[in-house]
Design a protein around this ligand. Structure first.
Ligand SMILES: Cc1cc2nc3c(=O)[nH]c(=O)nc-3n(C[C@H](O)[C@H](O)[C@H](O)COP(=O)(O)OP(=O)(O)OC[C@H]3O[C@@H](n4cnc5c(N)ncnc54)[C@H](O)[C@@H]3O)c2cc1C
Length: 337
């Protein structure tokens, strides 16, 4: 949100998303075991947090790009890169594009990363597949609360909008060697598998799952650290440089922060490699800290060991109170544009 503020887009984006009144942590009986009040975020951090659907956010950004006369070429799949004095990107349709530099923002399984760093660490599977969906007309659940619910078998997070639409994700533990079989699991079987995880919990959340369509099966990955984010005149940004799990809700935010920092370094430094080097040194420590934090939170949230679960549910409230600087580290970060 602070990046969008630097770009004068903060007010407009607010019309596309939903404000969150607070974050609550519940056990499998819906009892609130910890709470984070978010109503001081604007005065503390400069912006309120916003819950927004990915597609609407992308549409918003795309329209801004187009209205600023920045050209977009659709359906270009990068296949190879040639670097000489210039950089030439070659695409699957046999077309190419030439420029002074190339910025690879092609996500988790980045082709740019594979080309410039063939020996780089591969994204690491976390053992969790996110089964997510959107369900309309949720009448029983509180609205505008970002909820983290520790069920007896599975961790679920959800947010119900003021229009009573629930966006939710159940974190299913699935072994790596079973991932390839997952693609052939039918939607009905997948839905039943998720519902079975809630069979011991007397809860309204089963209603989300029953009512949902287009359920996702997203294996979650991260990359702890890449030795470098650039080589010559080619540089990575966003998930291609720093993939994180969604457990700190920071992947897209880190991508936006990195993009703005990279833009500033290129604006203020005449030599491209020098700009890439400054960008990397300004961003790498923060993103690696966030990746590690997200992984730790993920392990705690998705724990299945009964002792770990009991301990988490007993001390979470105290941990949140004692670790208020953790929230400051996440949210009180600003790129000086
Ligand atoms: C389940 C889940 C929940 C998440 N929740 C949150 C959240 O609550 N908050 C948050 O901040 N982040 C969240 N994230 C993380 C967030 O989605 C990512 O960090 C963010 O999308 C990264 O943006 P990006 O532009 O770097 O990559 P992407 O959004 O992955 O975009 C990469 C683009 O590159 C294109 N591409 C790929 N290969 C090629 C190629 N060879 N040639 C040309 N183009 C190519 C793709 O089509 C895509 O358009 C979540 C992620 C997941 C998986």
């Amino acid at each position: 949100m602070n990046v969008l503020k630097s770009l004068d887009l903060q007010n407009e984006i607010q019309d596309v998303g939903f404000f969150c009144d607070n974050m609550v942590f519940r056990n499998n009986k819906e009892k609130i075991i910890a709470e984070v009040n978010t109503n001081q975020d604007k005065s503390h951090y400069g912006s309120d947090g916003l819950i927004i659907k990915r597609g609407l956010f992308q549409k918003f950004l795309r329209e801004k790009v187009i209205s600023n006369n920045i050209q977009i070429e659709w359906n270009k799949k990068l296949e190879s890169i040639k670097t000489d004095n210039d950089v030439v990107a070659k695409f699957k349709d046999n077309s190419d594009a030439k420029g002074d530099l190339l910025i690879g923002c092609d996500g988790l399984h980045s082709k740019t990363r594979q080309i410039i760093f063939p020996d780089a660490p591969l994204p690491k599977y976390t053992g969790v597949v996110l089964a997510g969906g959107i369900s309309k007309n949720q009448s029983k659940t509180p609205t505008n609360q970002l909820t983290f619910r520790f069920g007896s078998k599975v961790y679920l997070n959800y947010f119900v909008t003021s229009d009573r639409e629930a966006m939710w994700g159940a974190h299913m533990k699935i072994k790596q060697d079973l991932l390839s079989d997952l693609t052939s699991v039918s939607s009905e079987t997948w839905k039943q598998k998720i519902l079975d995880k809630f069979s011991d919990d007397s809860s309204y959340v089963s209603e989300f799952i029953e009512n949902a369509s287009n359920l996702t099966k997203l294996p979650l990955y991260d990359i702890e650290s890449l030795p470098s984010w650039y080589k010559g005149s080619v540089c990575l940004v966003g998930d291609s440089a720093h993939t994180t799990t969604p457990h700190a809700g920071q992947g897209a935010s880190l991508a936006l922060e990195s993009a703005l920092t990279l833009a500033r370094c290129l604006r203020d430094t005449s030599d491209t490699e020098d700009a890439f080097s400054k960008y990397q040194s300004q961003r790498k420590p923060r993103v690696e800290k966030m990746i590690a934090l997200a992984r730790r939170q993920g392990e705690m949230f998705t724990a299945t060991n009964p002792i770990k679960k009991w301990f988490r549910n007993s001390v979470l409230s105290m941990m949140i109170k004692k670790n208020s600087q953790m929230f400051d580290e996440i949210y009180d970060y600003k790129v000086d544009w």
